[in-house]
Structure formats: C-alpha cells, structure tokens
Design a protein around this ligand. Sequence first.
Ligand code: PGA
Length: 226
Amino acid sequence: MSTPYDELSLKLAELVAEQIKSQPASNLALPTGRTPLGAYQVLVRQAQAGQSLDWSKINCFALDEYVDSHEKDSYKYFLEQQLFQYTNLPKTSRHFPDSVDDYDGLIASLGGLDLTVLGIGKNGHIAFNEPGTELDSYTHSIWLTECTRKANQDLFASADQVPTRAVTVGIRTILASRHIILVASGEGKRAIVEKALHGPVTPQVPASFLKLHPHVTVLTDFGDFS
Ligand code: PGA
C-alpha cells in the first residue's frame, strides 16, 4: 500500500520529469534532505527500468552546501549518490555553490533557473536561508541555527559533527526561478507551511517570501495548500 509520502514522491518525480521532457535544456535547482529522497528514488527506479530521462542538456544547481563537512556528509555527495550517478547529466553541468565564485552570475549566464525545488525547515528556512535572511540576498555563506543543526543531527555520526556553516543560494536567487516547487513532508512541517503561506511576508519566516512569486507549486503529504 502506498503512503502519503510515496504519493508525494511520485508527484514530485513526475513534475521534475515533465520539466525535463518539455524543456530538455532546463536549469534546475535541486534540494537535498529527507523530503526529496523518495522522488529521487522514483527517478532512479524509472531509469533502472529503462525509462531514463535525457539529462544531457540539463544544468543542475545544488541549493546549498555545508562548509568543512566530511566528503560523505556533503550535499554534493548526496546528490551524486542519490541521483546524478544514475543519469546522463554531464559532470560539467553539476554545479555546487561552494565551488563557484559567482554562483548567481553562473546561473544567469546559463539563462536563469527554470525550476527550483525547495524543502522547508521547521524554522521556515528555504535552502539554508535561516530566519532573518533578507529578501535582497544572493548566494552567501551563513551560520546554521541550532534548530537546523539539531534537525539534521541524525544524519551525522554525532551531534558535534554537524557543521556550523554553509553556503546557500539567496532569496533573490530562488525568486528569480521561473517555477518553484515547495515540498514538505510530515505533520511536523504543517505549522510552518501554514505560517509561511498564510502569515505575513517576513524575514523571520524566509519561506514566506515565496508569496511574492507568481508560480509556486506546493506539495505536501499532510494537506492541500494550493
Ligand atoms: P528535510 O530538510 O527534507 O530533511 O526535512 C528540509 C530542509 O531543512 O530544508
């Protein structure tokens, strides 16, 4: 029997696949974390079953990256392991914000983002734009909040190994994307999704800035926010 998370994953995989099929030279910004994992697994299973998408003209931009993490904890490693290695996405089309001096300039020079997929933190962060991030922000480095470090500590061998710093695309980087999908899984995210989408637009809830964008799709496994 399929779970609400399975349904969410199928839907997200379908939207990513539609984007790639309808616009084979798309620029995608993709998240890491637990929420998109199921969708990546759907895409991998489809590829293994012979229904590969053609990623040869796609550019992928990671939304964020830890500073000073072990290689296996890095978001680059996550995306390579969970998705990229199963695709024909050229190595030169895999972009990571910590290894490019002017990430926003690179995105713009390649034509801008067509689709950005975002998770959301319980504190309202999108990518690693933590509460307090201003609207006028581009790719920058940040200090992770204790809330975020705690939420991610299960993914590390011990709590003290969770990095304290990261590089993230900014709010302006995200809002410049032509289409944005916000994806949230689990009852624990309900309150922040409601606050972001129904409350005031404020730097204290970075996801609330998405209300300024004309084309945001919200996918959750706990309710309809369309
Ligand atoms: P998660 O992270 O998908 O692991 O819940 C989301 C986020 O912090 O943006």
